[in-house]
Design a protein around this ligand. Sequence first.
Ligand code: F0G
Length: 347
Amino acid sequence: MGVIARYREYLPVGPATPEVDLHEGSTPLVPSRNIGRALGLERLFFKYEGLNPTGSFKDRGMVVAVAKALEGGSRVLMCASTGNTSASMAAYAARTGVRAIVVVPSGEIAMNKLSQALMYGAKVVALKGTFDTALDAVRELTSRYPVALMNSVNPNRLEGQKTAAFEIVDALGDAPDYLLLPVGNAGNITAYWKGFREYHKAGHSTRLPRMVGAQAEGAAPIVAGHPIANPRTVASAIRIGNPASWEGATSARDESGGLIAAVTDTEILSAQIRLANTEGLFAEPASAAPLALLIRLVMEGKIEKDSTTVVVLTGSGLKDPDAALNNVEPPIELDGDARTLAKVLKL
Ligand code: F0G
């Protein structure tokens, strides 16, 4: 079952909305076995969004946005992307038989994300500049031509993405105390906050979480309080200098009593390896940013040890293996038999 079927009553869909579904959503809320204990946190969970059909949380919003675009008669879909949005949009466009055009910042997105968009049959344009340049161009074109804008400025994207908050509440029986996630274009933090509030209002939870957003230090416009012209970080998914949902992110932060802070690339990569090494969860660098922030906040004594904390792992580590492989030992090259192997492995 996809998110439209599962949460239909909370979504802007009706009898005229076409059925679209890649079995997105229903991702596991995995309890930490090791990091939580090491940090002294009793209840730490990972929302494993990399298990969505195209490997990121984007599928939740895309399925709703594509269904609504089809309902409205669109035949051409377009987005700007740091990679995951384009992969997701291309998949749903392929499935429903409409054209997909994606604009990505040239040379700035992970190869595996690009390969997804190409394999799903999208027309891919690599535009010189940043994600922000690409989004400006896409917004202009979609306002002038009969082409549907599929970035998270499309409210249907956020409607679908909010279902992740519902799932967390459904799994825990209440909202967590803290919800940590990466912030790039800021759509997801906006969507989660909307989801938590709606579900609370509907009586499914007794409280609301504090929303904690992580940006990368070289791409932290919200933390800096102004746009960043040339955002830089290893976490290419959140290499964004002027988030479209800026306002949504700061409202989520302020209304929830949360915070948005920046972590360094070194912290991101070390959190990424720790997550893979000690939990068996391989997430892309952007997804490790909130874990890096959590580690810092716990060390600063800013998270109560008995709190329920959820870290959203927004995308699969398989999306961007190059970023990870720079930080692990390469395979041992060997020409030999079992005996030499045993010796090398010190068995
Ligand atoms: N994590 C991953 C893996 C992402 O791909 C993104 C955004 C984010 C976090 C941040 O979410 O933008 O809602 O604040 N990726 C977009 C894209 C920009 O084009 O795929 P956000």
